[in-house]
Ligand binder design. Structure first.
Ligand code: IPE
Ligand code: IPE
Ligand code: MG
Length: 247
């Protein structure tokens, strides 16, 4: 028997035909911590660490775009202490990302209304975006204070404004032009949307962009979602037939 024979239950991924864009709802941090008798904030720390691991792996296998849902427009409803801890982890992550940018060479973008963040965090996001602009391999989009409805409302307002200013024609708005008003401007739609943690909903994530995305749900909690789980999601995606309304 050959030494490196793949186990029968290992997902078979065709790395030459990866989805171009994977989006992940990084959910289940709180339950992961609860299961271990730890505070929810410990789950967020583990989740942030896992994001680092998965993003690096996505870059290594040659994925073009990874978009992650890190904090929604609704997540402000959580206790102040938890929100503060998440923002603290974000700061730590961004400082490290800036420091290791030369090594990682990942282009980073942010989707969401950053004006609600502290000036310090906003500045760090801006720096990260600015410094990483020159990399053209994998692009990682972090959704922060992001909501699909908020994004669409902003687009509608910006379009109405452009119409009033004579920069847009109210009788002609195409799918493509609409895309130009979104945070995701210039980024192709996600091919695969993954949600760990057993919840079967979108929770206001990429409402416009996921029109024809394939979905993959798993009960695994985000801090436990490792490279093997990602392989499972990609293998499932590769087994699907995408018709986009055709036959
Ligand atoms: C996702 O994990 C992280 C954020 C929403 C910021 P949760 O904190 O929602 O974890 P659960 O769903 O309570 O387990
Ligand atoms: C979605 O998870 C948002 C993020 C993962 C950032 P939530 O935990 O906020 O979603 P619901 O409340 O279960 O729908
Ligand atoms: Mg949750």
């Amino acid at each position: 028997m050959p030494l490196f024979k793949k186990k029968a239950n290992e997902p078979q991924v065709d790395f030459q035909n990866l989805p171009r864009h994977i989006a992940i709802i990084m959910d289940g941090n709180g339950r992961w911590a609860k299961k271990r008798g730890l505070p929810r904030t410990a789950g967020h720390a583990a989740g942030a660490e896992n994001f680092r691991t998965i993003a690096t792996y996505c870059k290594d296998i040659g994925l073009d775009y990874l978009t992650v849902y890190a904090f929604s427009t609704e997540n402000w409803k959580r206790p102040q202490e938890e929100v503060g801890a998440i923002m603290g982890l974000l700061k730590k992550y961004l400082l490290e990302a800036i420091e290791q940018m030369e090594r990682d060479k990942v282009k980073m973008e942010f989707f969401g209304d950053l004006s609600a963040l502290t000036p310090e965090l906003r500045e760090l996001c801006e720096q990260t975006r600015e410094i990483s602009k020159r990399y053209d391999g994998c692009q990682v989009n972090i959704c922060l204070n992001y909501g699909g409805r908020d994004e669409l409302l902003r687009a509608a307002k910006a379009y109405a404004h452009d119409c009033m200013e004579g920069r847009a024609d109210p009788n002609h708005l195409t799918d493509e032009q609409m895309g130009g008003y979104l945070f995701s401007k210039g980024v192709p739609d996600p091919d695969l949307v993954i949600r760990p943690s057993g919840e079967l909903r979108l929770s206001n994530f990429l409402l416009w962009q996921s029109a024809y995305a394939e979905f993959y749900f798993t009960d695994v909690l985000w801090p436990d979602f490792d490279k093997n789980e990602l392989h499972r999601a990609i293998a499932a995606f590769q087994s699907r037939s995408r018709r986009f309304g055709g036959v």
